[in-house]
Design a protein around this ligand. Structure first.
Ligand SMILES: [Zn+2]
Ligand SMILES: [Zn+2]
Length: 387
């Protein structure tokens, strides 16, 4: 089963939607125009229900099959862009200064709209499909907000599926794995307070720069000495701010960074070790150190049965040799994780071909991917809800 004929017929129209969305990127929960566009299309397709304002600016369309009552599955796309200035030079480049669809969420939204159009036309399934368009994937937790707003209960969603494009993976290929596929993310801010003074009289000061440097060194032992070598973990200090003169030891220094893990327990270990190390270093130097540790997106965890099911569908569309079923997990975060905590499901990658990387100002979603993504969504729905 290659690409569906109807998905190929809709290719140009869906490309038009994608490029319209690309021209008009919006950030986080502030996706009002995008949500309005999605709502208008879903209503035009004849969805049985179109609900807006879920998780602030999320949109859900419900399409009932013509083969009778049955289960409900959820298909999810994300709608938000990134605070980045586009450098693609494309004719449909962003018209909003400092905002850009650099993660391909314009493509995700357009493909799910295309699938909704197809499914509303044919309704060749039993039960219902809920097409979910979420805001604020890029750091705002829009997925979490939709789940909190009762997304799963309200529409009776039993299983949920997500898809993300992947630069470097050829067009027409898919990649997935059972278990953790994307990392849990946490952010930390460490404030070291010493005692400022004359740079020529360090004995009368408590130098926060020397102490913070020891903290940076000590944090390296979380991954190298505290975590099990077989567990994946990244601890990156990405900010180090202190002082502004040649001859003054400042009062304080601030460090910040991120922790990525593939198991909740490892994230908890990282937080615990970070606090212990900071406390010990503070005591050793008569300084005080505060640690703010915010655990953010959880691990995106693919459920075994739904992953096997999704790989089977992808293999039907692309051919088994074009579906990698054991891709290594990525240490990036993804807030579809909240939906996978609420219901069983699977998150799959679809090849974007030889493009610039995600979050790069030269990145662009590849419109050639559209019929593959639409076919996947349609076939997944028809198979999951077969009579
Ligand atoms: Zn992104
Ligand atoms: Zn993304």
């Amino acid at each position: 089963m290659p690409i569906l004929n109807r998905a190929a017929e809709l290719h140009d129209q869906i490309t038009g939607w994608r490029q319209h969305l690309h021209r008009n990127p919006e950030l986080l929960f502030d996706v009002h125009q995008t949500a309005a566009f999605v709502k208008e299309k879903l209503a035009e397709f004849g969805c049985d229900e179109v609900v807006t304002g879920l998780g602030r600016t999320g949109v859900v369309g419900v399409i009932r099959g013509r083969l009778g009552p049955g289960k409900t599955i959820g298909l999810r796309a994300d709608m938000d862009a990134l605070p980045l200035s586009e450098l693609t030079g494309k004719s449909y480049a962003s018209t909003a200064p400092g905002k850009m669809h650099a993660c391909g969420h314009d493509g995700h939204t357009a493909m799910l709209l295309g699938a909704a159009k197809y499914l509303a036309e044919t309704r060749n399934f039993k039960g219902s499909v809920a097409v979910i368009f979420q805001p604020a994937e890029e750091g705002g937790g829009g997925g979490r907000e939709m789940v909190k707003d009762g997304l799963m209960e309200r529409f009776g969603i039993e299983t949920v599926f997500g898809m993300h494009n992947m630069p470097g993976l050829p067009v027409g290929k898919f990649a997935i794995r059972s278990g953790p596929i994307m990392a849990a993310t946490a952010e930390f801010v460490i404030t070291v307070t010493g005692k400022g003074g004359h740079a020529a009289m360090p004995n009368l000061a408590v130098d926060p720069i020397v102490i913070a440097s020891q903290v940076v060194g000590a944090l390296q032992t979380i991954a190298s000495r505290s975590a099990d070598p077989l567990d994946s973990i990244v601890v990156s200090v990405t900010k180090f701010h202190a002082g502004d003169a040649f001859n003054i030891i400042p009062d304080s220094a601030e460090l910040a960074g991120t922790v990525r893990t593939l198991r909740t327990e490892v994230n908890a270990l990282a937080e615990k070790r970070m606090r212990t190390l900071c406390q010990g270093i503070a005591e050793a130097h008569d300084a005080s150190i505060t640690v703010q540790y915010n655990s953010n997106y959880p691990v995106t965890f693919n459920h075994a049965d739904e992953t096997a099911f999704a790989s089977g569908v992808a293999a039907e569309i692309a051919g088994a040799s074009n579906v990698t079923t054991d891709i290594a997990p990525l240490m990036g975060g993804e807030d579809f994780s909240y939906m996978l905590e609420a219901r069983p499901g699977a998150f799959i990658f679809i090849g974007n071909g030889d493009s610039a990387n995600l979050h790069n100002p030269h990145y662009d979603f590849n419109d050639e991917v559209i019929p593959h993504g639409v076919s996947y969504w349609v076939r997944l729905t028809e198979t999951a809800l077969s009579a």
